[in-house]
Design a protein around this ligand. Structure first.
Ligand code: C5P
Length: 224
């Protein structure tokens, strides 16, 4: 039990980017590699949890011993998360596209000489929805905040506005090399504390985070 403190727990993790189709050959995407989210899924499984990983398109192999659900769009990711609740711990590491096209063109768009425009609509906030669930909310809801400025302020604001228990905040401005890289310098913001962690590998961030989650659950009431 010491070595497998998440035994009997279900951990749900989102990872990677989402792809929002524009037409049959084009999509909107972002620079998320999925490395941190996949590392969290591996770490949780290593600590004994049953793990469901809902991932957007990434170049990474499926982690062993983890149930992996592959999705493309934010709406698909949201549905996959809903279908795979309840969970004891839910970690939202995916870089979900904020917008999708209002309607996907059925044929490839052609150049016309005009100034082209895309009609965008907002995607559902998956973390925000799960964080504010009135029934069936996970015992511990963890979000990420990838910021390029005012990391501490944004993390605290997002924790509250999204109903998360913890926010793992990181600086993803270009010189940090966090996007796509193997290391991460994060700040863990909880209801009553904020800790700056030293630069760590994404595997080490994942392990520490899941160990903290296990400690947190150990103190509270056990879920079914
Ligand atoms: O994009 P934003 O900074 O708001 O993301 C913060 C957190 O919210 C991340 O944990 C991300 O996975 C989550 N999120 C989400 N659904 C969205 C947008 C963000 O789950 N549509």
């Amino acid at each position: 039990l010491i070595k497998r403190p998440l035994l009997g727990r279900h951990v749900l993790v989102t990872s990677g980017p989402t792809h929002e189709p524009i037409d049959p050959v084009r999509y909107i995407a972002n620079r998320s590699s999925g490395k941190q989210g996949h590392a969290i899924a591996r770490a949780a499984a290593g600590l004994g949890a049953r793990v469901t990983l809902v991932t957007g398109p990434v170049a990474l192999p499926d982690p062993q011993g983890v149930d992996v659900v592959h999705v493309e769009t934010a709406q698909e990711m949201f549905r996959a998360v809903e279908r795979n609740l309840p969970a004891d711990v839910a970690v939202f590491a995916a870089a979900v596209a904020d917008w999708r096209t209002a309607a996907e063109a059925q044929q490839k768009l052609k150049k016309s000489g005009d100034k082209p425009s895309l009609d965008l609509v907002e995607n559902p906030d998956i973390l925000g929805n799960v964080g504010k669930l009135r029934s069936g909310r996970p015992l511990l809801v963890i979000g990420f905040a990838a910021e390029t400025a005012n990391v501490a302020g944004e993390a605290a604001r997002k924790r509250k506005s999204k109903g998360a228990d913890w926010i793992v905040a990181n600086d993803v401005s270009a010189p940090t090399g966090t996007f796509g890289g193997d290391s991460n310098t994060v700040r863990l913001v909880t209801a009553d504390s904020a800790e700056d962690w030293p630069p760590l590998s994404k595997d080490e961030v994942a392990l520490r985070l899941m160990q903290r989650a296990a400690e947190h659950l150990g103190r509270g009431a056990a879920a079914a």
